[in-house]
Ligand binder design. Structure first.
Ligand code: MLT
Length: 317
């Protein structure tokens, strides 16, 4: 058992951060950059363990049942810790009841991406093409409830289409499939896409934010490109199992926040288009508030989108 003075001799061994998706995707990338820096201030290795399945909810379920001793954490996100609530009626954990929020790590704008030889030349053409060819199109996502799933679900609702979804264990493998031309398009977090857009391996139609990203200055916003109603953003954050001693949460929060102040960490994240949270957005309470407000925001939105598409809660798989 860990007592209130636990922080004095923590950590004595390796800390594990569970990433609920495959290696090489947005959650993995952000978690690795920040964990490597956290390891320096904690004085112990911080290992990443990728646990794949059920749109990230398998890993979140596992993490919610891990020992609350500060040695197992999870890099959750807008999917696992908000969207999963309305999309999985039988979810075995609840983001607010079963976790201690540690710190928000990054904001991750959503970009509409396609294989490089996808015919439409801009977002207006994309919308028309997707409407005209829905039956033939394959859209990559990382499982029901994942950010990619939710973002394209909202896009599809606006376009009034139901293309075929192709689930992957994460957007790392989905990106490989997009580059190889095995799938047609996807709605992904910017951190997974910037290098591949800039090297011309994939196409980007628009960023679903009010302003362009400094890391993708040539990619228009959805408003500029003619689809102002499609706005989508996500976030990645660190959580510990419920009951983790407050002294450890404070210490882990400080390590995460310190990592976000590190020049090299900031440069790496910003080069990938991540939005680094301001200090007041990094507190456990700010993350608790974000999770609660995201569940409130997404629940009606996802029920509406699901029902508008085919009348039940799994509009495409
Ligand atoms: C990933 O890390 O693969 C993504 O965050 C998956 C997603 O939610 O789209």
């Amino acid at each position: 058992m860990i007592g209130p003075a636990a922080a004095a001799d923590y950590p004595l061994r390796q800390v594990t951060v569970i990433v609920p998706f495959a290696p090489g995707g947005p959650t993995d990338t952000v978690a690795r950059i920040i964990s490597a820096q956290m390891a320096k201030s904690l004085g112990q290795k911080v290992a990443i363990e990728n646990v794949v399945g059920a749109g990230g909810t398998l890993a979140a379920s596992l993490a919610s049942r891990a020992a609350a001793d500060g040695y197992t954490l999870i890099a959750g996100h807008m999917g696992t810790h908000a969207a999963a609530v309305p999309l999985y009626p039988g979810l075995s954990y609840h983001p607010t009841r079963d976790f201690e929020p540690v710190a928000l790590l990054a904001g991750t704008p959503i970009v509409i991406l396609a294989r490089k030889d996808f015919p439409p030349k801009n977002l207006e053409e994309f919308a028309a093409y997707v409407r005209a060819n829905t039956e033939r199109l394959n859209v990559a996502h990382a499982g029901i409830g994942s950010v990619s799933y939710v973002s394209c679900l909202v896009l599809h609702r606006q376009l009034g289409v139901k293309p075929t979804g192709v689930p992957f264990g994460g957007m790392g493998p989905a990106m490989k499939a997009l580059i190889a031309g095995e799938v047609d398009y996807m709605c992904d977090q910017i951190v997974n896409a910037v290098p591949h857009i800039n090297s011309g391996k994939i196409k980007a139609y628009a960023i679903a934010m009010p302003t362009r990203s400094p890391s993708l200055p040539n990619v228009p916003t959805t408003a500029e490109a003619g689809l102002p109603g499609f706005q989508a953003r996500a976030w990645i954050a660190m959580f510990a199992p419920k009951g983790t001693p407050p002294s450890l949460v404070v210490l882990l929060n400080a390590a995460a926040s310190h990592a976000l102040d590190d020049r090299a960490v900031r440069d790496s994240l910003q080069a990938l288009g991540a939005v680094i949270p301001a200090p007041e957005q990094r507190t456990p309470q700010a993350l608790a508030d974000l999770v609660a407000s995201e569940i409130d925001r997404l629940t009606p939105l996802l029920w509406q989108a699901a029902n508008a598409t085919n009348g039940h809660d799994q509009p495409w798989k």
